[in-house]
Write a protein that binds this ligand. Structure first.
Ligand SMILES: NC(=O)C1=CN([C@@H]2O[C@H](COP(=O)(O)OP(=O)(O)OC[C@H]3O[C@@H](n4cnc5c(N)ncnc54)[C@H](OP(=O)(O)O)[C@@H]3O)[C@@H](O)[C@H]2O)C=CC1
Ligand SMILES: Nc1nc(=O)c2c([nH]1)NC[C@@H]1CN(c3ccc(C(=O)N[C@@H](CCC(=O)O)C(=O)O)cc3)C=[N+]21
Ligand SMILES: [Mg+2]
Length: 296
């Protein structure tokens, strides 16, 4: 069997076209464009790339954007003050604080200071809790993007066995909740303490991997016909190209692709979908303001 590629780059461009026409319609009515603010602390190369990709996407769809770059030495309280300032700024609809943050700053404290209706990453406790509500708020961007990608390729989810490898607050944990609660999959969550990971991954109809461990999932760990979503993205240093690194997902693509029915590539899979979801959330935040309810 040869797998269908879940082309996140292509689908994200389709979503961007949809968003752009909504932005054009807003502007035609003399309403302001949605405005995203991004906070980047420090000068980590990968974080800069991801934030730049987000800004470029804002430009493509006609959003306004503000990028605030602070030195690694910024104090937690100064960062909190900046967040309060943006919370109070009527002109800004969405705010993201790029992770990871330096060790002296608590990511959970900082993230939770963002007003829930401006939290377009869906990282606050309020938005996280509202995943399991009939009226969700802003959904976490990466899980939201993954569900959107699976749906646009008509991958069956309801009643299927979804195995989630990784249990982080930003990807694995909300992903498993959305699959179980909203999409009615049967869900197994695996993590670093799971004994015999392959025992579980072999049972997956849908396998979602977010560990940051390059090529963790090999061909012998999956069954024929599985749909595979590879969230992982790790820079591996190399002297063979100009950039000085290659990107690796958490899945051994060559091996797993031979058995899968669907599979996401890295790059060009989940990454662009995360950005598309961020844009969707920002549009929603701009048009619904404080009383957000997302019907999914
Ligand atoms: N493409 C995109 O849009 C995005 C990509 N990413 C990428 O996805 C990856 C994961 O990100 P994130 O969730 O934030 O990472 P975290 O490090 O926060 O979480 C990783 C999770 O995987 C688990 N884990 C680690 N090693 C293993 C293993 N060998 N077997 C089973 N489970 C394991 C960890 O367990 P424990 O907590 O117990 O250690 C944890 O639950 C990274 O490569 C990141 O760059 C992340 C966000 C968006
Ligand atoms: N507050 C916050 N929100 C996030 O959404 C967030 C974060 N912090 N911290 C880090 C992770 C990672 N992440 C990615 C986004 C885009 C790509 C992306 O654009 N990837 C391209 C390639 C990028 C490249 O060339 O390196 C692709 O997969 O095709 C990847 C990863 C968002 N995250
Ligand atoms: Mg962890």
């Amino acid at each position: 069997m040869s797998a269908t590629i879940l082309d996140g780059r292509k689908v994200s461009r389709e979503i961007e076209e949809e968003i752009k026409s909504e932005v054009d319609a807003l502007k035609a009515k003399n309403k302001k464009a949605p405005h995203l603010a991004a906070i980047l602390v420090g000068d980590d190369g990968a974080s800069q790339t991801y934030v730049n990709n987000k800004i470029k996407a804002c430009k493509r769809v006609g959003f306004e954007y503000t990028l605030l770059n602070f030195p690694t030495t910024i104090s937690e309280s100064k960062l909190m003050t900046e967040i309060e300032r943006i919370n109070a700024d009527e002109d800004i609809d969405g705010l993201i604080v790029q992770l990871p943050l330096p060790d002296h700053i608590s990511a959970s404290k900082v993230t939770d200071r963002i007003l829930p209706h401006k939290d377009v990453d869906g990282f606050t406790n309020e938005n996280y809790g509202r995943i399991t509500s009939k009226h969700p708020g802003l959904l976490p961007a990466t899980p939201f993007g993954i569900v959107e990608l699976l749906k646009r390729y008509k991958v069956d989810i309801k009643g299927k066995h979804c195995v989630m490898v990784g249990n982080s607050r930003t990807v694995g944990a909300p992903m498993s909740s959305i699959m179980a609660y909203h999409e009615n999959a049967t869900v197994t969550v695996c993590h670093i303490h799971t004994v015999d990971l392959a025992h579980y991954t072999k049972q997956a109809d849908i396998l979602i991997v977010a560990t940051g461990k390059p090529a963790l999932i090999t061909g012998d760990m999956v069954k024929e016909g599985v749909a595979v979503v590879d969230v992982g993205i790790t820079r591996i240093p190399t002297e063979d190209n100009e950039r000085g690194y290659i990107l690796s997902g958490d899945v051994n693509f060559e091996e797993v692709e031979k058995k899968a029915s669907f599979i996401t590539p890295v790059p060009g899979g989940v990454g662009p979908m995360t950005i598309a979801s961020l844009l969707m959330n920002t549009l929603k935040a701009a048009t619904t303001k404080s009383t957000i309810t997302t019907e999914i």
